[in-house]
Design a protein around this ligand. Structure first.
Ligand code: SAH
Ligand code: SF4
Length: 437
């Protein structure tokens, strides 16, 4: 969501006559979009903002430093007390104020702080945009979250869940298709409850149907909450070939007791039963997940339950986190906080298990033909083209002679999969010239 919001900020600022520069030293303004879901992100902001202090001193107060997103929303004025050389603080509900705030800070040299609550009806998706990619687009369908998982700060900084109108989203998708976008990712903290606030009942399956029929090559979405993923949505995913064969379904923990303490509202058994239902209709689907270790009260047995779920679910990938207490959330004051060393050991064991499953998944793809959308050249090897297949698995192929990465970017074609690694698979292109039909 932050990536998407950053594209909107770029669009908005360019509309106001500002232009991007490559070097921080050449900028009149630097904007930080922040995340506070875990402590690490908080700390990073402080480091990066502090590193601009000398530049600002040397350069008569420039660049203007603006901090927005979740930390801006959470801390407001407090941020200026902590880091006095910040000039502008804005929140998650008033991105559209940013150009004006920057201009005022620039012209009047007075610190500008504007934080609004979620009663504001602003969807960042309605603002102008400068997309990072020409072939992939983020498309927000909801903002905010009503779930209040007990560890999570998102509902406090992003506000209550609000859905955009179905017609608006379908129109946006159409414009993206017309502009040559190949893949759309629908965004929401819990896409499966889309429309509950507007239509009284979730209408995610309906939305998927309408967008899938609109001519996009690939359609994905994140994130799904297991408690709200229903059979209509599963059936809709199976019905449309252009919906990716991939589902991100955060489990968070495999222990029913911990899931209850997290307020996730499903049990270990319900989660496993849900993925069985998904695989019944889409046997080859790639499932990924989010997992937290070291939630307060997590015992060794609870953690074993998590490992058991990972083995049973055979995830193609997983984002793994050590629990990070967030001030103001119910879990932060629970008894039984797990010592760091214990969390760290569990984390390492979890990562080993996740990697073993991911490798297993990669191996299952060897010998198959994958449809790969290419994104560009590898950061490590300029002779390797990188893309993703329809399982959202990263695919590497050798860049064919006499072709350039630009020619392949945004191009989808078939690859015969020959090699399996934990986080990527390798293969051979069926077509070695993107220009040939
Ligand atoms: N709405 C999405 C994403 C929320 S944030 C969802 O529900 O899946 C992304 C991930 O960060 C979460 O899934 C969770 O695994 C992790 N996370 C959130 N708060 C955390 C915390 N306090 N400590 C560690 N991980 C956390
Ligand atoms: Fe946070 Fe839970 Fe909402 Fe996801 S569903 S954003 S984890 S409160």
């Amino acid at each position: 969501m932050n990536k998407h919001d950053s594209e909107r900020i770029a669009g908005l600022l360019q509309q106001h006559g500002m232009e991007p520069v490559d070097e921080v030293g050449a900028a009149d303004a630097v904007i930080f979009m922040t995340c506070c879901v875990r402590e690490k992100a908080d700390v990073r902001l402080f480091g990066q903002v502090s590193s601009l202090k000398t530049l600002k001193k040397r350069n008569r107060g420039l660049p203007i430093i603006a901090v927005g997103g979740c930390i801006g929303q959470r801390d407001g004025e407090k941020l200026i007390e902590q880091i006095p050389h910040i000039d502008v603080v804005f929140g998650t509900h008033n991105i559209s104020s940013l150009p004006e705030l920057i201009e005022r800070a620039y012209n009047e040299s007075i610190t500008q702080v504007e934080i609004l609550d979620d009663s504001v009806d602003e969807f960042s998706a309605d603002l102008p945009s400068v997309p990072e990619s020409s072939f992939h687009a983020w498309l927000p369908i909801t903002t905010g979250c009503n779930n209040y998982c007990t560890y999570c700060v998102v509902p406090y900084v992003r506000g209550k869940e609000k859905s955009r109108m179905l017609e608006t989203i379908v129109d946006d998708a159409k414009q993206m298709v017309d502009a040559g976008v190949k893949e759309i990712t629908l965004l929401g903290q819990n896409v499966n409850s889309y429309g509950r606030d507007l239509y009284g009942e979730p209408r995610f399956a309906d939305l998927l149907d309408k967008i899938a029929l609109g001519g996009i090559s690939r359609l994905g979405f994140a994130t799904s909450h297991p408690k709200d993923l229903n059979d209509d949505t599963i059936a809709m995913m199976a019905r449309h070939d252009n919906i990716l064969d991939y589902l991100h379904l955060p489990v968070q923990s495999g222990s029913t007791a911990i899931l209850e303490a997290m307020n996730r509202r499903y049990s270990k058994e319900q989660y496993l039963e849900l993925i069985d239902r998904v695989r019944e209709v889409m046997p080859g689907i790639a499932l990924s997940t989010d997992i937290i270790v070291g939630f307060p009260g997590e015992s060794e047995d609870d953690f074993e339950d998590t490992l058991e779920v990972v083995r049973a679910a055979q995830f193609s990938s997983a984002f793994t986190f050590i629990y990070s207490p967030r001030e103001g959330t119910p879990a932060a004051t629970l008894e039984g906080q797990v010592p760091d060393a214990v969390s760290q050991r569990r984390f390492e064991r979890l990562v080993d298990e996740v990697q073993a499953q991911a490798l297993e998944f990669s191996r299952s793809l060897r010998g198959t033909k994958a449809s790969v959308l290419f994104e560009g050249i590898s950061k490590r090897d300029e002779n390797v083209l990188v893309g993703r297949d329809r399982h959202n698995k990263v695919v590497h192929v050798v860049l064919p002679e006499h072709t350039s990465a630009e020619q392949w970017e945004g191009f989808e074609t078939e690859v015969a999969i020959t090699g399996a690694h934990t986080w990527y698979i390798t293969g051979e292109l069926s077509q070695t010239d993107p220009e040939e039909n």
